[in-house]
Design a protein around this ligand. Structure first.
Ligand code: G3P
Ligand code: CA
Length: 236
């Protein structure tokens, strides 16, 4: 799977073009496409037996409503508005928008999301979607392992808080394609060690032009940005 070259840093539009439009909404993903993004990142949760795109565990920050997302019905979630105007999208709606235009970096959030997403994406593969249209990540490495076991064809990336000493071993044991590191903890040494072991290195969340340049200088393979245009406009 050839995702990048040294001269080219992938840009994952983080929750869409979330610096400009309400995060994780069709409006935000459409804006990211308009800006030229070829990879979209979004957060996937299981609600009832459906996959919805929503970052938080609770409703308050984004909808002004209260309660846990996982305790809602799809009908009640779909009646809410993100930032007062946008419907919470189903994953199927997001993929329909991206089809033929951009690839999907799907982050598993919450228990039960891995197995359900694996079953869903196995269905997409059998309909002709390419496995490298997707890259699946999670901070929850157990959930990620459940995904990988049920859908081995699609690449996975381990998401890190901080930089645990056993990061390379974790990535190897999960069969990861990539390691996703916080901007706060990425270093040139960590990037080169992971590269020597054959992993791609993607860094989140990189919004400031100086940080975008710094990531390019240390040779990371890609960055997540709320402002994809800032990354894309400085590509070689
Ligand atoms: O995948 C990078 C980034 O999305 C992880 O953090 O909180 O934005 O989902 P968060
Ligand atoms: Ca995310």
């Amino acid at each position: 799977m050839a995702l990048s070259s040294p001269a080219h840093m992938i840009c994952f539009a983080h929750r869409g073009a979330s610096g400009y439009e309400p995060e994780n909404t069709l409006r935000s993903f459409s804006k990211a496409l308009e800006l030229g993004a070829t990879w979209i990142e979004c957060d996937v949760r299981k609600v009832e037996n459906e996959l919805v795109v929503f970052h938080d565990r609770t409703l308050s920050r984004l909808t002004g409503s209260s309660g846990w997302v996982g305790n809602q019905t799809i009908a009640s979630l779909r009646a809410l508005k993100v930032k007062g105007s946008e419907q919470i999208p189903l994953l199927s709606e997001v993929l329909a928008l991206l089809k033929g235009k951009a690839r999907a970096q799907l982050e598993l959030k919450g228990a039960g999301s891995g197995d359900l997403l694996a079953r869903y994406l196995n269905g997409m593969l059998s309909q002709g979607w390419a496995a490298d249209s997707f890259l699946i990540s999670s901070f929850d490495h157990e959930e990620l392992a459940l995904f990988k076991r049920a859908c081995p064809a699609i690449p996975i990336g381990i998401l890190l808080y901080g930089y645990p000493m056993n990061t390379p071993q974790m990535a190897q044991s999960l069969g990861a394609y990539s390691v996703h590191i916080d901007l706060e903890t990425v270093t040139p040494k960590r990037v080169s060690t992971l590269h020597e072991l054959g992993f791609k290195v993607f860094v989140y969340t990189v919004n400031e032009p100086t940080d975008i340049s710094a990531m390019r200088a240390i040779g990371v393979d890609g960055v997540f940005s709320d402002y994809p245009d800032r990354v894309l406009s400085t590509q070689n």
